[in-house]
Every structure is written in C-alpha cells, then in structure tokens.
Design a protein around this ligand. Sequence first.
Ligand SMILES: [Fe+2]
Length: 308
Amino acid sequence: MANIIAGIGSSHVPAIGAALDTGKTEEPYWKRVFSGFERSKEWMARTKPDVAIIVYNDHASAFSVEIIPTFALGCAAEFPPADEGWGPRPVPVIKGHPELAAHIAQSVILDEFDLTVVNKMEVDHGLTVPMSLLFGQPKEAWPCRVIPLAVNVVMYPPPTGHRCYMLGKAIRRAVESYPEDLKVVIFGTGGLSHQISGPRAGLINSKWDKAFLDDLSRNPKKLTRIPHIEYMREAGAEGIEMVMWLIMRGALDDKVEEVYRFYTVPASNTAVGHIILENRRKLPAMTRKAAVGRRRQAAHRADHRITG
Ligand SMILES: [Fe+2]
C-alpha cells in the first residue's frame, strides 16, 4: 500500500525563487537562507519519495477572484510553472500522479471533504519554491511525482485550521487505501509570519512563529483551535497561510519525530520557517507485521538459548 512517511513544512517566499533563478545563492543575505536547507536536501535525497503531495496556495496564477475553490486537487498528468509576470520560473514541468490523485479525490470526497478536482492547472511559486528548496534545481526533471493541493488563503473565508487538520487525516486514509507500494511525503507551505501591505507591512513575529513550530511538532491539536483573527493579529494578514501546515500535520502520526528545523528572518519581508517531521510508523502494514513476527521469533530464540 502507499504510505505517508514524512511531512515537510516550508515557507514559499517568491523572492527565494528569484534569488535561486538569478544565481544569488552565494550572496551573504541569501546564503543565510539557503544554508538552512542544505541538510533538508540531503534528507530528501536519502528519503527518495515516489510522490509528494504539496499543499500550497495559488497567488492569482491558476485562479482569479472569479473562481476561488477552498480546496483544489491537481489530478492532471503535468503542471507547467506559471508566468507570474516576469516569465515562468526556469524549472522542469511538474509531473503529476493522476492515478493516486484520482484515488485521493474519490476517497476524500466520499469521506465528506468536498474537493474541487482540477484537470488542468499551472502552478506558481507557492509550489515550485518549496520544491527547489528541498529538491534543488534539476535541469531535466524533478525526482518524484507531485500532487498539488491548492488551498484558498487569499480571499475570505479561508478554511479553519481544524478543517485543514481533519482533511490531512482524510488524505492519509486515502493514501493508505491505495494498493500500490508508494513512498509518499506531504508538504505544508506558506508563512510564516508576514504581511505584505497596509500599515503593518513587514510585520514579523518570531516568538509566535517559533511557538507555532513547537506545537506543530508536539501538540498540533492546540493549533487547530487558533481562530483566523489570531493568525491575522499575531502573524500578519498573510500569516493565515500557516493553516496549510495543519493539512500536512493532520496526515502524520499524533507523535512524530522532528528530524530538522530551521528558522530565519527575514527573506524579502517574510519569516522563513522549515521543519521535517517523520512518522514513527514508517513501514507499510505488511512489512510491520513481518518485522514484529521476526522480532518475536528472535526473542523466542534468545529466550530459548538462555533458559535451555
Ligand atoms: Fe504565499
């Protein structure tokens, strides 16, 4: 069966993509940001997922004020990078996994989460910047398939954190009922604290961000009770993007292994946060059962030697 083995939280600041694409990674200002993702790239290269479900928000690239779905699942075979005003990012076309995506759509919708199914969609920096940070800048092709899940956090009303968390659980049930053996990771992107316009433009609240990361790791249910107004007040108008991290967290075990965390301010006018959480139950059910059986046999043999 398919299995979600880990969750990744990452900011998706557009200026990070621009810095990558224009060769500024060694400049001191940007080196501080990119150095925080070196270990993450090594982790990803070791982990080698087959599929990444990437929860992100569209920034008026695929959708406009005319149509904004709350949750939109990308079921296409491929997703070209969007032109956000200065040409598409020079990154490979993102290859989808239409079979698993269709399975997730069916499972989650029948589980009473009404997703919008999207069969044609361009994807913007919200999705491609976290991919570049975790997979590097491949020339020809990305190393795994991607299922985009776009969430409305740009126009009121966005979904609640609790709804996002519960959707993560439904996605996990969907993935685990897919018969093919696939190693799946799930990304939550956006944030952390930032506000890009208005009198509070430039707001960053590191204390609140760090507490969010602590709770994301160890006490995620507490985060599901945060109302929108608190995100807006504490993390800025665009800080509401952080509800997307709760979809990722909902798809993981209650108790997880935090294997990496990075936080720096600022990048552009945004706090940059990043976390990698691994499920403790990493093995597929059958393999786990066999492993338990093997451990029991070994224990029995050891016991026999001692007493016999
Ligand atoms: Fe964003």
